[in-house]
Design a protein. Structure first.
Length: 503
């Protein structure tokens, strides 16, 4: 940030503000208001609590005002009284008294302020000037780098996105709310839920038992859907998308970092038309399958599904696109496939875990900002592969890659688990697990945890309620399901699952 270190002094000891030679413009500033705020802080002991979340030392343009505010901040944090005498002593202690103009300047700040009545308004003005200077400095750096022909413009764009994201994150503020309007809002939600069959308050999942346990996908929630490769995470996500957008006509945005939009469309056609994925690719449909295609394809036309297949999507790009989708398309829910393929380009991290922490925290912040649910798919580490038995193969929260941050930020964590994949065909009660996918609710801030059994039809990349229709027959030799590819969650030949390498 440009500073006016070359300021000149007038006869009264004030510093004038020369034009910044870097931009040929006067930097945004409000020096008189800075002095008023500092004076008010020294005559009202309660004033600091009003502005502490609005301004920081670097928010002030004048370097000596920065040092004075820092001294006031230090006194308040130490729970010491604040007046012009204690501020002078603190500046002496810090070795900054002479730099700020001595005791005369401190005393002068208090003499021209009658009260702190408008200090919050004044503090906001100072903050706005500071934010404008940050943006000027940011654009200046980007402009200078853009003239450097040795730099890749794509890399520069990512750098710009990251820096702008950092500026916006640091300047996001949320004020407190008195509880009365919040109670009224909660009461309204309760009354709406009472009128809905089954107490549905969120966006329906399309699965009766899952809706019963969650009351649907809730606004502002970050939901993590995790599983090992070949468990069917993407198929489950697409089944949810189909239920939400096609059956319930709720607009959904699907960000796919792994597959392109045509591959996703092919999977949706297979799901809706009940045609095996391999036949969708080859085009070798029977007469009956062509009839099913013609009969059902219109369900997809006009459905409110918005697909973005930008590879290597950054959190800044997601935030920009999500805001636009909510504003222009009325999107009610966002789905990301998958979290570990996102990046926070332009921001510097010591390791991948720190970057994933920033991504998950940003997703939760975006869900709160837009007040819609965000569902993010996530990979699990290989811990489950080394465990034995029915219980050993069940995923645990500790199996999440970079589990600390993801588990902490998520409002709900669901695991997609198919025991049959591990040659486990009966549960502890002797129930048949052929063709069964278990949705394990491992974390739920707003409700209980537990298991939901769904039917998995791999040939159609589709999850169904078990009550929808009977399970397929088992072959006499046992183990495999007729007409299904239970160990192949990729009938379209998409890229193989990402391994643990590189994460």
């Amino acid at each position: 940030m440009a500073q006016n270190n070359g300021n000149t002094s007038n006869n009264r000891g004030h510093r004038t503000s020369p034009i910044d030679p870097a931009y040929a413009h006067l930097q945004p500033q409000a020096l008189d208001i800075e002095r008023v705020v500092l004076g008010a802080l020294m005559i009202d002991k309660d004033a600091f609590s009003i502005v502490a979340e609005i301004v920081r030392p670097e928010t002030f343009y004048e370097p000596r005002n920065q040092k004075i505010y820092k001294a006031i901040q230090t006194l308040n944090m130490s729970e010491k009284p604040v007046d012009f005498m204690t501020v002078i002593e603190e500046l002496k202690h810090q070795g900054d008294l002479d730099d700020v103009g001595g005791p005369n300047y401190i005393m002068e700040l208090t003499q021209h302020v009658a009260s702190s009545a408008h200090i919050e308004y004044h503090a906001h003005i100072i903050h706005q000037k500071f934010l404008a200077r940050q943006l000027i400095s940011f654009t200046g750096r980007i402009q200078e780098m853009a003239y450097d022909e040795t730099l890749d413009p794509d890399v520069l764009m990512q750098e710009a996105e990251g820096q702008l994201f950092e500026i916006s994150q640091k300047n996001m503020k949320s004020d407190f709310t008195q509880i009365d309007p919040v109670i009224r809002q909660a009461t309204d939600i309760l009354k709406i839920a009472a009128q809905n069959e089954g107490g549905m308050t969120g966006i329906p999942t399309g699965y009766s038992k899952l809706d019963e346990m969650t009351s649907g996908w809730q606004d502002s929630d970050l939901v993590i859907i995790a599983g090992r490769p070949a468990m069917g995470k993407t198929s489950f996500a697409l089944s949810l998308a189909k239920n939400i957008a096609v059956d319930y006509r709720k607009p959904i945005a699907l960000f796919s970092l792994e597959m392109n939009n045509v591959q996703l469309a092919q999977r949706l056609i297979s799901n809706v038309c009940e045609i095996p994925g391999q036949k969708i690719l080859s085009g070798q449909l029977s007469d009956d399958e062509w009839s099913r295609f013609d009969r059902n394809i219109n369900k997809l036309y006009g459905s409110p599904i918005f697909i973005d297949d930008t590879p290597g999507l950054s959190v800044f790009e997601l935030r920009t696109k999500a805001r636009r989708l909510v504003r222009e398309k009325g999107v009610k829910i966002i789905m990301i496939d998958y979290l570990q393929l996102m990046n926070a380009n332009g921001m510097r991290f010591g390791n991948r875990q720190e970057e994933v922490s920033t991504i998950s925290r940003s997703l939760k912040g975006l869900a709160k900002e837009l007040n819609i649910p965000i569902l993010a798919l996530s990979q699990l580490n290989r811990g489950v592969e080394g465990r034995e038995g029915l219980e050993g193969k069940r995923p645990q929260l500790s199996d999440l890659r970079e589990s600390g941050a993801i588990e902490q930020d998520a409002d709900m964590v669901l695991f997609v688990h198919r025991p049959e994949y591990y040659r486990i065909f009966q549960d502890e009660h002797g129930n048949d697990l052929h063709g069964i996918a278990q949705i394990l609710i491992a974390k739920h801030r707003k409700g209980g945890t537990g298991d939901v059994n769904l039917r998995f039809r791999g040939e159609f990349t589709r999850f169904e309620d078990p009550s929808d229709q009977p399970l397929p027959l088992i072959t006499p030799t046992g183990g495999e399901i007729l007409g299904s590819k239970m160990n192949d969650d990729d009938p379209f030949g998409a890229a193989p699952p990402i391994t643990d390498a590189g994460f």
